[in-house]
Design a protein around this ligand. Structure first.
Ligand code: CAA
Length: 283
């Protein structure tokens, strides 16, 4: 499976990072979103990130310029029709993903691989909305995409072995390590990560320690790069809540019950970095 052109659907937090690492790996990239405003914001983030990488000496200005030139943009999903691989990174709304995959199945080349960056929605359910379940797979990138080394490859029941191998090659060309797991609620990453973040929220809610102490204990004691409450803010409290609900419903086990404070903060619009307020203040 020869992959040269990649379409990324969604120019948000994850989508623009995926477009950037794909372009840096030498792929022709089309980044698609529903409005010019979202596209411009995504391109702005890519340019900022490329600038940071040049500033830190991790990339030459020439390579950064060449990567930027490999990215074209569109507000039409039909711009994905020539892609060999589509990576979807739209909001975590099941019906939105299902209808998008049905549309992509209709307009993309017969051999194109349709990948989802979903952090929690079943790859088998997404594959079921297409006539090509053998070519549907999860490519779960980590935030911030340009820095994090992992792509979690989520293999569906019907995913063709050659498709898995092809996306592993793509992830490695992007400079990432690809590690595979089978489709299951939360996959591996979020099945392990989100209960820890949720537990940190519960401990804070119960008054066991303040935010700085909880995060400091995990940073200094466990060598985590940032503490669980700062990480919840980075991931987005709405995303953490959504994943806890997926685990709770998927495993039908109350050990995954979301912390009441997590639900309260999301209801109040305190979503972490993206809203300016979470366990820390970003304003
Ligand atoms: N583009 C380019 N460079 C970037 C960048 C970006 N988007 N973000 C950070 N950097 C660079 C900085 O320039 C800096 O470079 P130097 O080390 O050369 O100075 C370096 O990364 C570190 O950045 P900062 O000094 O700003 O901040 P930091 O030391 O706290 O590191 C971090 C930032 C790498 C993100 C670190 O905090 C970290 O590893 N955090 C944990 C991230 C994590 O766990 N992500 C997974 C989340 S879970 C997920 O994504 C899956 C899901 O489904 C929920």
């Amino acid at each position: 499976m020869d992959i040269e052109c990649i379409a990324v659907i969604g120019a948000g937090q994850m989508g623009n990072g995926i477009a950037q690492v794909a372009a840096c790996a030498g792929y022709q990239v089309t980044m698609i979103d529903i409005s010019d405003e979202f596209i411009e914001r995504g391109i702005g983030t890519i340019e900022f990130s490329l600038g940071k990488l040049v500033e830190k000496g991790r990339m030459s200005q020439e390579d950064a310029d060449a990567a930027r030139e490999r990215i074209t943009t569109s507000t039409e999903n039909s711009a994905a029709q020539e892609a060999d691989l589509v990576v979807e990174a739209v909001p975590e709304v099941p019906d939105l993903k299902f209808s998008l995959f049905t549309e992509l199945d209709g307009l993309c080349k017969a051999g194109a691989i349709l990948a989802s960056n979903t952090s929690s929605i079943s790859i088998d359910d997404i594959a079921g909305s297409t006539e090509r379940p053998d070519k549907v797979i999860g490519m779960h990138f980590m935030n911030p995409v340009p820095i994090m080394r992992l792509v979690e490859i989520v293999v569906g029941k019907e995913t063709d072995e050659a498709v898995t191998q092809a996306v592993v090659v793509v992830a490695e060309r992007m400079g990432k390590t690809a590690l595979c797991c089978n489709d299951s609620p939360g996959f591996i990453s979020n099945r392990l990560l989100c209960p820890m973040l949720n537990e940190a929220v519960l401990a804070y809610e119960e008054g066991i320690a303040d935010v700085q102490a909880i995060d400091g204990i995990m940073v200094l004691g466990m060598n985590h790069p940032i503490g669980p409450l700062a990480l919840a803010d980075l991931v987005g409290l709405d995303t953490v809540l959504h994943i806890m609900n997926v685990l709770h419903e998927g495993f039908e086990d109350d050990k995954y019950t979301p912390a009441p404070l997590l639900e309260k903060m999301v209801a109040e619009g305190k979503l972490g970095r993206k809203s300016g307020q979470g366990f820390y203040d970003y304003t």
